[in-house]
Design a protein around this ligand. Structure first.
Ligand code: MN
Length: 206
């Protein structure tokens, strides 16, 4: 067995209905997240023990230290492993609404207000070309939160950013229910955002 195993979902597959359907959640978790996990393990097995002994978060944060022949595979599958782990937990049944406390303050400082943040996040992620993720991240250099979009499964950690809230806009995340209507999926997704989890990630990042 490899170093990493598929993390369990913190809720049932149908918990996010009607916004994200049970079948999509089941396939996304048991097939896609499983595949990233398996391929991360396979890539790590081809690395030296000094890489194998590091935690994946440390590896992603220093991706240039991975040998060239496995760098692409670990960037993609290690990112896929970690991104999805974050994604499941930054959603919950009966989520949504607006954040409070320190997270609300940080969003207001960077984006003006919550509505403007939500508009920027939604509209920029909706037009991301191909497959990728929209993220609210914490930038340790500026001590501020920022929006960033990342291609494919590349983790924000590879850019020195701390992921706080991720939105998967690969077609596998929404196509069964929303087909080509990515903006409708994004609009529905706000109803399941777990702001307590995002706030907790921000306090740990600071
Ligand atoms: Mn995905």
């Amino acid at each position: 067995m490899g170093k990493y195993t598929l993390p369990e979902l913190p809720y049932a597959y149908d918990a996010l209905e009607p916004h994200i359907d049970a079948k999509t959640m089941e396939i996304h978790h048991t097939k896609h997240h499983q595949a990233y996990t398996d391929k991360l393990n396979a890539a790590l097995e081809k690395c030296s023990s000094d890489i194998q002994n590091k935690d994946i978060l440390e590896i992603l944060g220093n991706i240039d230290q991975v040998p060239e022949d496995q760098k692409g595979a670990i960037n993609f599958n290690g990112g896929g492993y970690d991104n999805h782990k974050l994604f499941w937990h930054n959603m919950k049944a009966n989520g949504g609404g607006e954040p409070g406390g320190a997270l609300a303050d940080a969003i207001n400082t960077s984006f003006g207000n919550f509505a403007d943040f939500k508009t920027k996040f939604s509209s920029t992620t909706a037009v991301l070309q191909g497959s990728g993720w929209g993220w609210l991240v914490y930038n340790p250099s500026s001590s501020k939160v920022e929006y960033t979009k990342m291609p494919n499964q590349t983790s924000p950690r590879t850019k020195g950013l701390v992921p706080l809230l991720g939105l998967d806009v690969w077609e596998h995340a929404y196509y069964l229910k929303y087909q080509n209507k990515r903006p409708d999926y994004i609009a529905a997704w706000w109803n399941v955002v777990n702001w307590d989890e995002v706030d907790s990630r921000l306090s740990k990042a600071k």
